[in-house]
Each structure stands twice: as C-alpha cells, then as structure tokens.
Design a protein. Structure first.
Length: 305
C-alpha cells in the first residue's frame, strides 16, 4: 500500500485557503507549475477533480469541498510537527515560572539553580516560594514542586522520590523528658506543630503489624513554615514531625534523633507537576530534566526514584 501524497494534500490545502494557484505558490515558496502538478497528481490519485478552473475564477468542486478540512488538518499538523522539532533542536530560551514550597525551595531548589542557569544562559527562572498550595494554572506557572500524597487533579505529575517523615527531638529534650515508646505517650510531651500538615490538629502514625495511632499534639509553638520549628527543636523545647529534607543534616550530626523509630507518619513524595497540554516549550523540558535528576539523587531522597 502506497503512502498518501502528503505534499500534494498540503499544496491543495493552501490553494483552497488562498483561492489562487499563484498565491499558494508564493506562500509555499515554490513555482506555480509545482503547485499545478501537485493538484493534478492528487486529482489523478483520487479520481475526481478538486477545482473548477476558468480564466477568471477558481472554485472548489463538491469533491474539493469534502476534502478541504481534512487537507487543512494535514497541513496544520505537519507545520506544527516541524515547529516543535525546530524548537527542540534550538537552544532553549525564555522564562520558566516555577513554584515550590518555601523551606524546600530555599534549602534545596535555590542552591541547584545556578548550575542550571550556567548551562542554559538563555533561560531565566522566576522562582515563587510559598508553603500555601499554589494554583499553577491560575497563577500562570509552568511547573510546580509539591511534597504530598497528591490528590487526583488535571495537573500532569511526575513522582521524583519518596520522602520520609519522622518524629524528631534533641537528645537533651529526650534525656530530660524520656523517650516515648508509643504515640500515646506524646500526650505528656511538648509537640511543635506545622500548620500546613494535611491534618495539623492530628498526628497520625502507622506502626508494627498494621497498628495505627492518632494523637492530638499540644505544645509551645506552632508555625506555618517548617524552618521556624528548627531552632526550638535544637534548643530542646519539644518534638516535631519533620521531613528528612529538613532534618537529615541534624540527624547525621547528632543534634536531633528519631523518636518512635518503629512508627511512621503517612508517606509523602516529591512530585513535579505541570498544567495539562502539549507541546511543552524546550525551556520547560530542560528544567524538568535537570530538577528530576538533581532532586531524585539527593541524600534525603527515598526510592523508587
């Protein structure tokens, strides 16, 4: 089976659009003879005339009118495919608007952006940091980083890695107040709260053999930014549920330790999210690839990556 004569269909579409062999040839950058031959070739192939031709007027036949919309789609899709390929081959350029959580963005996104910007000098990044949930579509963002168990939405999401969340405290606090053996023991402990948890007034834990526990935290400090809990934690003022990307260095240095190691908070993950739609500009694709590689290989990241 022979392939369709895509060139002839594209030429026919342009003639039908302009109403003139000459104008179509000019727009396509070919000779009028090439246009005429392409249309004749197509008419011979389908066995029907596509145009009524007189010395003064050119009009579509019934067969031409029936074929016009399909031919226009062939031309438009071919032009779009070429434009996408040209953009992919060209050096990415332009502005990418990226939204990220405040603490995570300051600690882990901002430090890796200089290498990306050095490798792509024609790309600029507008980094928006907020612990509140940002409306990517309404805010005009190209990308977002979200740390959560994602709810279903129209956004396109790519999971980069898992993130462990642990109950942590300073050794000095635990030496003074004791080390809890069960989440219920937290009723007598100072709990430092983060306002943007999915359930800030309830801490949920999963334990051995499918056991579950929920406690109501109470303590001297609650904040809408997880960084604000760090000084109080290190000063031994209480315990807090913190993601590893916030506390991994403190844990490694011994400034904090994990509490209730047999129990875990509900799992979360780091995702790259983007508004729906194709194709993505090359500048956005370049930043996605860079962030995915850099963040999924971070020391606090958990597989699968």
């Amino acid at each position: 089976m022979k392939l369709p004569d895509f060139e002839a269909w594209a030429v026919f579409a342009r003639v039908a659009e302009t109403g003139s062999f000459g104008r179509a040839a000019e727009e396509l950058g070919v000779s009028a003879g090439t246009v005429s031959k392409a249309v004749a070739r197509l008419e011979a192939r389908i066995g029907a005339r596509l145009f009524h031709r007189t010395s003064r007027r050119l009009s579509l036949t019934e067969a031409g009118r029936a074929a016009r919309d399909g031919a226009a789609r062939i031309l438009a899709e071919g032009e779009a495919a070429e434009a996408e390929a040209r953009e992919a081959a060209a050096e990415p350029q332009g502005l990418v608007r990226l939204a990220a959580p405040m603490s995570f963005g300051v600690a882990h996104v901002a430090p890796i952006l200089p290498d990306f910007l050095s490798a792509h000098p024609r790309i600029a990044v507008d980094l928006h940091l907020s612990d509140a949930l940002v409306d990517l579509v309404g805010g005009g963002f190209d990308l977002g980083l979200r740390i959560a168990a994602l709810a279903d939405s129209s956004l396109r999401a790519r999971r980069l890695c898992g993130i462990r969340r642990s109950l942590v405290a300073a050794p000095a606090y635990l030496d003074r107040h004791g080390r809890p053996a069960h989440p219920d023991d937290l009723a007598t402990h100072a709990c430092l709260g983060y306002a943007y948890l999915p359930t800030p007034d309830r801490w949920h834990f999963a334990g051995p053999d499918g056991a579950e526990a929920t406690i109501v935290p109470a303590g001297p400090l609650r904040a809408n930014n997880a960084d604000a809990l760090g000084p109080a934690l290190r000063a031994g003022l209480g315990l807090a549920v913190q993601p590893d990307f916030m506390v991994w260095e403190d844990l490694r240095a011994g400034r904090l330790e994990r509490v209730l190691p047999g129990w875990s908070a509900p799992p979360i993950a780091l995702h790259l999210v983007a508004p729906p739609g194709d194709p993505r500009p090359a500048r956005v694709t370049a930043l996605i690839a860079y962030l995915a590689q850099a963040l999924a290989s971070a020391p606090w990241a958990e597989g699968p990556r």
